[in-house]
Write a protein of this length. Structure first.
Length: 367
């Protein structure tokens, strides 16, 4: 089925299930985006508007509750200070070009031979560990406030809302910020177009691009395609998803958005919380747009120790998912190497390790 036919084949509903499904997709997006807005020079309003626009665009295009998430490897690196805002934009544009070329030429299957599941999981573990290190550092700035946030998270987990615990802490942090600074006045962000300079195409940006592509191929293209088939009986190929991710980044990043991708976690979150149509995308797009207009002023007053706890919670979820792997030793090795060196070095070393293991070690003896 051609992707343009998805919208004609699916109905769009606006219901309570679509609303809760939209919230299920937002549980990792909001915390990551707020962290970037608070810790970098990037405009939170423009980041949120990027997510708002493409939630709607891909929802209508595919006629399905597809997800639009941050590219988490690049997000972790810019949050940790390993990438500048310009390098983040450059890496996102490079990834966009690669995804567009791979998707339109139908060659994603060839790429996946070199980027196996243990390697993807290893990069994911590395990203989680980098976020955890950053979160702990921020939390130490005010231990009592961090303990308050940790207590809130513990209550959410005990109540059965483990996946939403970061979002719950984020909401409490917003409440603290509003009490300290007052309700912010609405502000509509201005439209601006810009591209990173040549100096942004650095070694760090190239390494970040490689690491992100490893995660994107596995989690955002192949796994998302499989989930859309399992949950919604939709024939959306990994190459089609790669093409739409490439086009999205080449359009959005020059307008001030951050690198974005589809994601299997977002699709699973939407489905688990009740989304069955693209109505959840329309609802979530509206939520992001409203937040961009009325919520940006809160970021300047957001308590960083609580933000550290938010990042730690996201990190734990990433590491948990990453350890579900076929070759645990390779995955852990890539993750630790990414923490002590950088994710680019870890990706290259992991690629060599994966190809050697895949050739010489039977899978059932390599775990």
């Amino acid at each position: 089925m051609n992707p343009s036919e998805y919208g004609r084949a699916k109905t769009i509903e606006i219901s309570f299930g679509e609303l809760t499904g939209a919230l299920g997709d937002s549980v990792t997006v909001f915390p990551v985006v707020v962290a970037i807005g608070a810790l970098t020079e990037l405009s939170l309003a423009h980041l949120l508007l990027g997510f708002a626009a493409f939630q709607v665009v891909w929802g209508l295009y595919y006629g399905l509750p597809v997800s639009v998430e941050p590219m988490k490897a690049l997000a972790a690196l810019v949050i940790a200070g390993s990438l500048t805002a310009g390098e983040l934009a450059a890496a996102g544009l490079l990834a966009g070009v690669v995804l567009l070329v791979v998707g339109t030429t139908g060659t994603l299957g060839h790429v996946t031979r070199f980027v196996g599941q243990p390697l993807v999981r290893g990069v994911q573990v590395a990203v989680g560990l980098i976020l955890l290190e950053t979160g702990v550092h921020l939390s130490l700035g005010n231990v009592p406030l961090a303990l308050l946030a940790a207590g809130v998270a513990a209550v959410a987990v005990l109540a059965g809302y483990r996946r939403a615990s970061a979002l719950v802490v984020l909401c409490v942090g917003v409440g603290v910020a509003v009490l300290q600074s007052g309700v912010p006045a609405p502000a509509v962000p201005s439209l601006a177009v810009g591209l990173p300079g040549p100096e942004a195409v650095s070694i760090a940006a190239l390494e970040g691009t490689l690491a992100q592509l490893a995660m994107t191929v596995g989690n955002a293209a192949v796994a998302t395609s499989l989930l859309l088939s399992d949950y919604y009986d939709a024939d959306v190929s990994a190459d089609e998803l790669a093409t739409s991710m490439g086009a999205m980044n080449l359009v959005a990043i020059p307008l001030g958005a951050m690198p974005m991708c589809h994601g299997s976690g977002g699709v699973a979150g939407k489905y688990a919380f009740g989304a069955r149509t693209a109505g959840s995308n329309l609802i979530l797009g509206a939520i992001y747009a409203v937040a961009a207009v009325i919520g940006v002023g809160v970021v300047a007053a957001f308590p960083l120790p609580m933000l550290g706890v938010v990042l730690a919670l996201i990190a734990v979820e990433l590491v948990r998912a990453g350890l579900d792997t076929e070759w645990l030793s390779l995955t852990v090795g890539v993750g630790l190497l990414g923490l002590v060196t950088n994710v680019g070095v870890a990706f290259l070393a992991g690629t060599i390790g994966y190809l050697l293991l895949d050739r010489y070690v039977p899978l059932d003896r390599g775990r």
